[in-house]
Write a protein that binds this ligand. Structure first.
Ligand SMILES: Cc1ncc(COP(=O)(O)O)c(C=O)c1O
Length: 394
């Protein structure tokens, strides 16, 4: 299965929602205390429990970020901590579901292009299933992503090109070797895994939605998945008709969706010479572009691009404000929120959810001043080190 053979656009999964509503209620979901995203199995495509590959994905906290909130002057800011997923990013959700389903349907060799995190997640879940995985990454993908693919026993191909070129090579491998192509939105089930972020969010907010969702966007499956989640929850009576405004954040060096949004275009033209250190956002063209644009437009949201230095600076700022070491993509989303506040598209008293989509350890490390190495010599410590720590006046 790939794109729709009629129009070459993504296929989306549909469920028997009347049947789902028979077992999925506010009470039944509250009673399911473990199982991460698989608590929502009625709205997922995997048919048999034995097919489920569970490494702990989903069920991430929605946390208050008081120091960040007060720095930005916000009263109701929360952060969805996707970086706590098993492979350190929200990509684990999509791959958990897509690999479980692909293997359930008989696939034994999986292939995907990846900016980094999706490849690591594919490798992890393919290993859990005991099937072969091949990951095609741009040559400048973060080293941590390359290592995790190799460490989990998958094949890694580094291509001298962009993620879109990796997609072409992945397709060629699929056609030639009979591997199953798990490219973003070119099969219908990765987005089903990402959808669970929206399901969880509604539950965590006591079956309400926030005023605004801020999401760092590359291929856009996070936004598309959550938008689908809200519709399905409404259809089964777990949520009302209200929707959050969806805001997509991209890097100034690769902002095809932002440009298309502001030009009023239906589709996003490919971005030439895509460049940003936030590798998950280095996606010059997204096959689900119109779905992302629809979600923003239908929700009254918008799209914003942030400058490269702002992304790197924000990563440090978030660390010092208590969010831990977050990915450059998370930093981009937060820099985007700041820009949205300045432009008045989001206001300070609204309930806002920023997605922390990945851990800092997965990103290209920021340049830092090299810390000095101290000799293992107590006299040296007393003379040269400790005076620098002494309380003033002591
Ligand atoms: C950490 C992180 N955040 C955000 C994104 C963008 O996600 P999407 O491609 O679903 O828009 C990626 C994609 O690789 C990512 O790895």
């Amino acid at each position: 299965m790939g794109l729709d053979p009629v129009d070459q656009r993504p296929l989306l999964a549909r469920y028997d929602l009347d049947r789902a509503a028979q077992t999925l209620s506010h009470e039944s979901i509250a009673a399911r205390r473990s199982g991460g995203l698989w608590r929502w199995h009625e709205l997922l495509p995997v048919r048999r429990w034995e097919s489920v590959l569970y490494l702990g994905e989903g069920g991430t906290p929605l946390q208050a970020a008081p120091r960040l909130g007060s720095w930005l002057g916000l009263t109701a800011l929360t952060v969805k901590r996707e970086s706590l997923n098993p492979t350190g990013s929200f990509k684990a959700r999509g791959m958990a579901v897509a690999v479980s389903r692909a293997v359930e349907l008989g696939a034994r060799h999986l292939v995907a292009p990846s900016a980094g995190n999706a490849g690591g997640a594919l490798a992890a879940y393919a290993a859990a299933a005991g099937v072969r995985a091949t990951v095609v990454m741009p040559v400048d993908a973060p080293p941590a992503n390359q290592v995790e693919v190799l460490a989990t026993g998958a094949d890694l191909l580094l291509l001298d090109g962009l993620i879109s070129d990796c997609g072409r090579l992945a397709r060629a491998i699929a056609d030639d070797a009979g591997a199953f192509d798990l490219s973003t939105l070119k099969e219908p089930y990765r987005v089903e895994g990402k959808k669970t972020m929206g399901l969880e969010l509604a539950e965590q907010l006591d079956w309400k939605v926030p005023d605004a969702i801020i999401y760092p966007t590359g291929g856009g499956t996070g936004i598309v998945g959550m938008w689908k989640a809200f519709d399905e929850l409404e259809a089964i009576g777990l949520l009302g008709a209200e929707r959050p405004r969806m805001f997509c954040v991209q890097a100034a060096g690769c902002a095809p969706i932002v440009r298309a949004f502001h030009e009023g275009a239906r589709f996003a033209a490919p971005w030439p010479n895509a460049a940003t250190a936030a590798s998950g956002l280095r996606v010059p063209g997204a096959v689900g572009d119109f779905l992302i644009l629809d979600a923003m437009r239908n929700s009254g949201g918008s799209a914003v691009a942030v400058a490269e230095p702002d992304i790197v600076q924000m990563q440090g700022r978030l660390g010092s404000l208590g969010l831990g070491y977050v990915s450059l993509e998370t930093a981009a989303a937060t820099a985007g929120l700041r820009a949205l506040l300045e432009s008045g598209l989001v206001s300070r008293d609204e309930s806002i959810v920023v997605f922390d989509t990945g851990a800092g350890f997965k990103s290209e490390p920021a340049p830092i001043p090299t810390p000095r190495v101290i000799p293992n010599d107590e006299d040296f410590w007393r003379q040269e080190v400790l005076p620098g720590f002494r309380r003033r006046g002591a």
